[in-house]
Design a binder for this molecule. Structure first.
Ligand code: NAI
Length: 264
């Protein structure tokens, strides 16, 4: 059976672990040629070995996406291998800090990666896509970009920025044949979220806020990226898909409300 992304060149940032790595696995299984960008050398090497085992061509780039010069050099190299068909802007970092205590350096670090870094990679890649009048971009935003979370001012702001970057890019690039969409996951179990939150906190958070009563899995997020990158979404641009276990649907009912509204 024909594979969905056979021989298509997909560039994925933050691909060495977590959601980005799972996105890479799912594209690899669908026949894509992969350019993987990450600034963690060890994890990147491990990811490449795992992805090559699936049988695809994999090209690693040890790059910090907040470094504009390095990003432009990396994209030039990747384009020489084969024109980039799909860009997955996934790389991002998070940290928890009360608003009143955030230092300027911490603020700048989050924004320089989550939003400015995404801007660098998007601009570098879309300059090539625009010439070809063909391309797809899928950006990693977050549920926090739509509805802020306590203790994450800088992160929330960066993800709100990703949503506006997505919409404006979609508007400006549509006539050049480039579609741009974003994905907003809620609480997903990844190395990042597990580094920030101890298991007891996660259990309590899920109980209190997530209607589906569990954290999401990377395997539940990656397919949304593949859908938005595929021809199945050919008339969708400038949109945001939320996958948050129902968190943004409304207030999760407490036990008193559940008891009051009995089913049947
Ligand atoms: P993760 O920390 O497990 O993976 C992120 C990857 O990006 C790592 O391999 C890291 O080395 C790489 N990276 C970070 N900054 C980079 C930079 N400047 N240059 C190159 N590579 C860089 O994180 P996770 O959880 O997989 O998150 C991936 C994306 O999904 C992030 O943008 C995050 O904000 C977003 N997200 C995560 C959620 C979650 O609950 N885990 C929820 C919503 C969004």
């Amino acid at each position: 059976m024909a594979k969905k992304f056979d021989q298509q060149h997909v560039l994925i940032t933050g691909a060495a672990r977590g959601i980005g790595f799972e996105i890479a696995i799912q594209f690899a299984k669908e026949g894509a040629i992969l350019s993987l960008v990450d600034f963690n050398e060890l994890n990147l090497a491990t990811a490449v070995t795992a992805l090559e085992a699936i049988g695809n061509k994999v090209y690693p780039y040890l790059v910090d996406i907040s470094n504009r010069t390095a990003v432009y050099q990396m994209v030039e190299q990747a384009e020489k291998i084969q024109p980039i068909d799909i860009l997955i802007n996934n790389a991002g970092i998070a940290s928890e800090k009360p608003f009143l205590n955030i230092e300027e350096a911490e603020w700048n670090q989050i924004l320089s990666i989550n939003i400015t870094g995404m801007f660098h990679v998007s601009q570098a890649v879309c300059k090539y896509m625009a010439v070809r009048k063909k391309g797809v971009v899928v950006n990693m935003a977050s549920k926090n970009g739509l509805d802020g979370e306590f203790g994450y001012t800088h992160y929330n702001v960066s993800k709100g920025g990703v949503i506006m970057l997505t919409k404006t890019m979609a508007l400006e690039l549509a006539h050049l044949g480039i579609r741009v969409n974003a994905v907003c996951p809620g609480y997903i179990q990844t190395p990042m979220s597990m580094e920030i939150d101890p298991p007891e906190f996660t259990a309590q958070f899920v109980h209190q806020y997530i209607p589906l009563n569990r954290p999401g899995k990377v395997q539940e997020i990656a397919p949304i990226f593949l859908f938005l990158a595929s021809e199945d979404s050919s008339f969708i641009t400038g949109q945001v898909i939320i996958a948050d276990g129902g968190q943004l649907a409304g207030q999760k009912p407490g036990i008193d409300l559940l008891n009051k509204i009995s089913i049947g």
